[in-house]
Design a binder for this molecule. Structure first.
Ligand SMILES: [Zn+2]
Ligand SMILES: [Zn+2]
Length: 252
């Protein structure tokens, strides 16, 4: 006889569950992959960093070295032909819907990781656990199954997958296409997108000062606020280095 879920909830509860999981994935993406690893503007204390790696593995399955390498290349070649996912080069709808394809294509290139993530060697945990995306995502869905049952787990997992991939495509596509450009770069600020992506939508602010832990001085940068809370709790350090120019070097 199958075990009863911990929480007996109706099927519609899959939507708020998916929303929470997607927001968790967005927070891990912006704080750990983006600000801590790709730009070195935040340093997590070791226990918290490991927790971030486990959660990231279970809610996204992303290989941190691949994400960092593709993203750093985006900064080096922003909206030029070698940008892995520029809407100006490839079309905004292509980037919105095919972002994962562009990402995978760039991550698979022989020289991408070697050039752009050489400061992040794969450690034992990467080799044994975190490189196995399917295992991480399977554990994530399994946890939802135990908590809410198979139907809610399946629907929430599917909605989360579409939501997370869609929002990532929106940041890369819309975030270099339309919106406010208070600073002199081609990225844009979209408050509605920032609200849904823990601040990633303040993309013009980010390209203006890529090595700042904050994407502008605004409440819409939720990730920056969370980083400040972690710093006050002694769980992270912020590295304020201000503006570093439009074209970044490879090294973070
Ligand atoms: Zn960008
Ligand atoms: Zn960045």
């Amino acid at each position: 006889m199958p075990l009863d879920p911990v929480f007996a909830v109706p099927l519609w509860a899959a939507l708020p569950v998916a929303f929470v999981v997607t927001q968790l994935a967005n927070v891990m993406t912006t704080l750990y992959l983006h600000r801590a690893l790709a730009h070195r503007s935040v340093t997590f204390r070791s226990p918290l960093e490991f927790v971030a790696r486990v959660v990231l593995w279970m809610v996204t399955g992303i290989d941190r070295r691949e994400w960092v390498a593709v993203h750093r290349k985006h900064h080096v070649f922003s909206d030029e032909p070698d940008d892995p996912h520029s809407p100006i080069q490839r079309g905004v709808w292509n980037v919105l819907f095919l972002n994962v394809v562009y990402y995978r294509r760039e991550a698979r290139r022989d020289d991408t990781l070697e050039t752009y993530a050489k400061d992040i060697p794969a450690d034992r945990w990467d080799r044994v656990l975190f490189s196995r995306s399917i295992v991480g995502l399977g554990l994530g869905v399994g946890l939802l199954w135990v908590l809410f049952g198979p139907a809610v787990a399946a629907v929430a997992g599917a909605v989360h997958l579409v939501g997370y991939i869609g929002l990532s495509g929106a940041v890369n596509g819309f975030g270099h296409w339309f919106g406010r450009r208070p600073h002199d770069n081609l990225a844009t600020n979209l408050r509605w997108l920032a609200a849904l992506t823990a601040g990633e939508g303040m993309h013009n602010e980010h390209h203006h000062a890529p090595r700042s832990p904050r994407f502008g001085r605004t409440w819409w940068d939720i990730g920056g606020k969370l980083a400040g809370v972690l710093a006050r709790l002694g769980l992270a350090r912020l590295h304020e280095s201000g503006r570093s120019g439009r074209r970044e070097t490879v090294a973070a």
